[in-house]
Design a protein around this ligand. Structure first.
Ligand SMILES: Nc1ncnc2c1ncn2[C@@H]1O[C@H](COP(=O)(O)OP(=O)(O)OP(=O)(O)O)[C@@H](O)[C@H]1O
Ligand SMILES: [Mg+2]
Length: 387
């Protein structure tokens, strides 16, 4: 169609109106600066809901005044004046058909039609009605948004459930620990109180019975010790009574005495009492990390560091052991973790904190940072007065 490139005689012989009439998608030819319809194919007439007679010889502004405020006539003016084609994708177009405004979406192009001298004579409008595709896409997007919201809600519910379960479990462990220590512990103390004089009274004439009483007392001692350990593991009573620093010192001492692990504790001297939830989470994080070092790190020493300011408490558990095999980062789905680390992470996340693990051939560093301020807002977890 461009006179500069086409062999004139050959193209002039082609009936362009016939060609455009055969094309099923909308086509129209507009002539002059007022964009007067000189041709419209059936596809165009169908979309705009007009007869050919209604369009031909009339300007776009006359037939479609609604196009003015939608900026379409301005677009035509620009193409006519600049002589540059304009392509638009999935553009919303409101067309007034039989008195009713209907919304369509078109991919369309306005091509400037130049004469032999290169001057623009008119515009060829060609478009594809993509209304159904756009609507389907919009509906699909809305559906995806809705499903995503539902999923997020379910996820949040699961989180809440998990949080509640952890609380109930903590409460149950605390209750069991205290019960074992207080009730069963008291009964064992009373039993010892009764066995002691019995053993003393059994004279030399019944060494067999005296030996039995002696054995019973030794078993009783072991049972008491075992009971105290189980009760402590269920819930470190010291934590509630004396706070994190003292409970951790006692725990670390216990580890050393049992010949397990030598742990250096560095606790910020300004550390204050924190909420029950935070203190328990930190204690369990240290406990799990030290247990991991004992079980997996192939080293006999570790360090626990607790830093504190008015907004955050930061806990680090460090070892110079063999590192977690194949570890890259906590986010790496290929790294196989057990309930220990995942449980720690979940507990810390519940308190709006963050758990980070770095591990390599030089050892492992577990870091937990917990905001103090945020938890203060939770009345259940409100911090106690400083010790
Ligand atoms: N300090 C460490 N040094 C070396 N490897 C470690 C260390 N901590 C964890 N690991 C490795 O990371 C894995 C996951 O630890 P995690 O505590 O999640 O599970 P676990 O200790 O195997 O089992 P549990 O669920 O009983 O805690 C461990 O199996 C171990 O291979
Ligand atoms: Mg573990």
């Amino acid at each position: 169609m461009n006179g500069k490139f086409a062999p004139k005689s050959k193209w002039n012989a082609i009936d362009w109106v016939d060609v455009f009439s055969q094309i099923p998608t909308p086509r129209a030819l507009l002539i002059g600066p007022d964009h007067v319809f000189s041709f419209a194919n059936d596809g165009y007439l169908e979309v705009v809901g007009r007869d050919r007679n209604q369009l031909l010889g009339k300007s776009v502004r006359e037939i479609f005044p609604e196009f003015v405020e939608q900026g379409l006539t301005e677009l035509l003016d620009r193409v006519y004046q600049s002589s540059e084609a304009c392509t638009v994708a999935a553009r919303e177009v409101n067309i007034c058909r039989q008195g009713c405004e209907e919304i369509f979406y078109f991919d369309f192009t306005y091509f400037p039609m130049r004469n032999i001298t290169g001057a623009v004579e008119g515009i060829l409008c060609q478009g594809v009605d993509v209304t159904r595709a756009v609507r389907a896409k919009t509906e699909l997007e809305a559906e995806v948004r809705e499903r995503t919201l539902e999923l997020e809600e379910l996820h949040e519910n699961l989180r809440t459930l998990n949080h509640d379960l952890m609380r109930v479990q903590d409460e149950e462990r605390r209750r069991l620990g205290l019960e074992l220590h207080d009730s069963a512990g008291q009964l064992l103390a009373a039993l010892k109180w009764k066995l002691d004089p019995l053993q003393r009274e059994l004279g030399a004439e019944r060494p067999d019975l005296r030996k039995l009483a002696q054995d019973a007392l030794e078993l009783l001692g072991e049972l008491s010790q075992e009971l105290r350990t189980v009760s402590y593991l269920l819930h470190p009573r010291l934590l509630d009574e004396a706070g994190l620093a003292i409970a951790l010192r006692a725990y670390v001492e216990g580890l050393k005495e049992r010949g397990g692990l030598s742990v250096t504790l560095e606790i910020d001297p300004n550390l204050q009492r924190l909420s029950q939830g935070i203190e328990l989470t930190i204690f369990l994080t240290v406990q799990e990390s030290l247990t991991n070092i004992f079980r997996h790190a192939k080293t006999k020493s570790a360090k626990v560091r607790i830093l504190y300011n008015s907004r955050f408490v930061k806990v680090q558990i460090l070892d110079r052991g063999q590192g977690i095999p194949g570890f890259t980062s906590l986010k790496d789905p290929n790294v196989k973790l057990g309930v220990g680390i995942l449980g720690m992470r979940e507990r810390i996340r519940q308190l709006k904190g963050q758990l980070d693990v770095e591990s390599g051939a030089g050892g492992t560093i577990v870091t937990a940072v917990l905001p103090i301020g945020c938890v203060n807002e939770d009345p259940v977890l409100a911090p106690k007065k400083c010790a």
